[in-house]
Ligand binder design. Structure first.
Ligand code: NAP
Length: 309
C-alpha cells in the first residue's frame, strides 16, 4: 500500500511530489495523459520566479520532475480511471490495475475548453487546434492567415507565437476588450501582424466537406452581421475545464467542476487533498499551482503523522 499517491504532473503535482519525497514518503505519481501538464505546451514562461530570461515550459516541467525524482518520487505514465474514496485505504484503478493508498493528492489540472461547434470537432487536427506551440509550425499553417479565438492571456500568447509562421493572425474575441493581463494585451495589440476582430463569435468552421480548414463564419454580436473570413487554421484559446470528472458525486465541487477545498488543501474526504488548477478558477498560474502543491504535500504529511500517532 502507498502512503501518498499524487494524480497529475503539472506544477502542482510535481511540487507536491518534491515535498512528499523530501518527507521520505516516496510518493507514487501518475502523469495522466499529459505528462508535465499544460505548461509543456507553452513556449516561454516569463513569470515563474527565478528565471529572469524566462524558461521554456517543457524544460521547466522536465526539471521539476527530475528534482522530485532525485528525492525518491516515482513517476509513472498512467491514468487514474476510477477511485473509491468511501474508506481508507483509498482504492484507485489505474490503467485497469488496482492500487491502494493512505492519502491522495489530486493535482489533475485542467483541459482546453472547446467552442462546442460540430464543425470544430469534425475538423480537429485538420486545422482546428488548441495549442500553437504544438502545431503552429506545421507546413499547413506557414504563410497562411490564421484565426485565434479568445481574449485572455492564452489567446494573446497563442496569437503572438503564431506571428512567426502566419501571414496574418486574426484574434477573434466576443467582446471589445481583452481579458488578458495588461502587458500581454499591449504586446498583442501593438503587433502589426495581429488583427483583432472584436465583438465576434465563430458560428462555424469551414469547410467540413473538404476535410480541412478554409475559413470561419463569424457573427458580429452587436450588429448580428455575418461574414466569412478565409484562414488555414483555427486556434481555440478560450479557457479551461477542470479534470475532475471521476470525482463527481464523491468530492465537493462547484457548478463548473472545480474541487472545493476547506482549511488549506483539504477536501470533504479526510486524507484527500487538492492542488493546482483543478481547484483554482481564480489565479491559475504556474507559481500558485506550485504553492498549493507544496501545501497539499505538507497537509498529507501531517495527516499521516496523526494517523500513526
Ligand atoms: P481566461 O483568462 O479564462 O480567458 C478565456 C477567454 O476566452 C476570455 O477572453 C473569454 O471571453 C473567452 N471565452 C470563454 N468562453 C468562450 C466561448 N465559449 N466562446 C468565445 N470566447 C470564450 O483563460 P486563459 O486565457 O486560458 O487564461 C487562464 C489563466 O491562465 C489566467 O489566469 C491567465 O492569467 C493564465 N495564463 C497566464 C499566462 C502568462 O502569464 N504568460 C499565459 C496563459 C495563461 P470573456 O473575456 O468575454 O470572458
Amino acid at each position: 500500500m502507498e502512503k501518498v499517491v499524487i494524480v497529475g504532473t503539472g506544477c502542482a503535482g510535481l511540487t507536491a511530489a518534491l515535498y512528499a519525497a523530501r518527507a521520505n514518503l516516496t510518493p507514487l505519481v501518475f502523469t495522466g495523459i499529459m505528462p508535465g501538464g499544460l505548461l509543456t505546451t507553452t513556449s516561454i514562461v516569463e513569470n515563474y520566479p527565478g528565471f529572469p530570461e524566462g524558461i521554456d515550459g517543457y524544460e521547466l516541467m522536465t526539471r521539476m520532475q527530475k528534482q522530485a525524482e532525485r528525492f525518491g518520487a516515482r513517476v509513472q505514465f498512467a491514468t487514474v480511471e476510477a477511485v473509491d474514496l468511501s474508506r481508507r485505504p483509498f482504492k484507485l484503478t489505474v490503467d485497469g490495475e488496482p492500487f491502494e493508498t493512505q492519502t491522495l493528492i489530486i493535482a489533475s489540472g485542467a483541459s482546453h475548453r472547446h467552442l462546442g461547434l460540430e464543425s470544430e470537432s469534425l475538423l480537429e487536427k485538420k486545422g482546428v487546434t488548441y495549442c500553437a506551440t504544438c502545431d503552429g509550425a506545421l507546413p499547413m499553417f506557414r504563410n497562411q492567415p490564421l484565426v485565434v479565438v479568445g481574449g485572455g492571456d492564452s489567446a494573446c500568447e497563442e496569437a503572438t507565437y503564431l506571428t512567426r509562421f502566419a501571414s496574418v493572425v486574426y484574434l477573434v474575441h466576443r467582446r471589445d476588450q481583452l481579458r488578458a493581463s495588461k502587458i500581454m494585451a499591449e504586446r498583442t495589440l501593438s503587433n502589426a501582424k495581429i488583427k483583432p476582430i472584436w465583438d465576434s463569435a465563430v458560428m462555424e468552421i469551414l469547410d467540413v466537406k473538404l476535410h480541412k480548414v478554409t475559413g470561419v463564419r463569424l457573427k458580429n454580436l452587436k450588429t448580428n452581421a455575418e461574414k466569412t473570413l478565409d484562414c488555414a487554421g483555427v486556434f481555440v484559446a478560450i479557457g479551461h475545464v477542470p479534470n475532475t470528472q471521476i470525482y463527481k458525486g464523491v468530492l465537493d465541487m462547484d457548478e463548473n467542476g472545480y474541487l472545493i477545498t476547506k482549511r488549506g488543501t483539504e477536501t470533504n474526504v479526510p486524507g484527500v487533498f487538492v492542488a493546482g488548477d483543478c481547484a483554482d478558477h481564480v489565479y491559475r498560474q504556474a507559481v500558485t499551482a506550485a504553492g498549493t502543491g507544496c501545501a497539499a504535500a505538507i497537509d498529507a504529511e501531517r495527516y499521516l503523522a496523526k494517523l500513526n500517532q
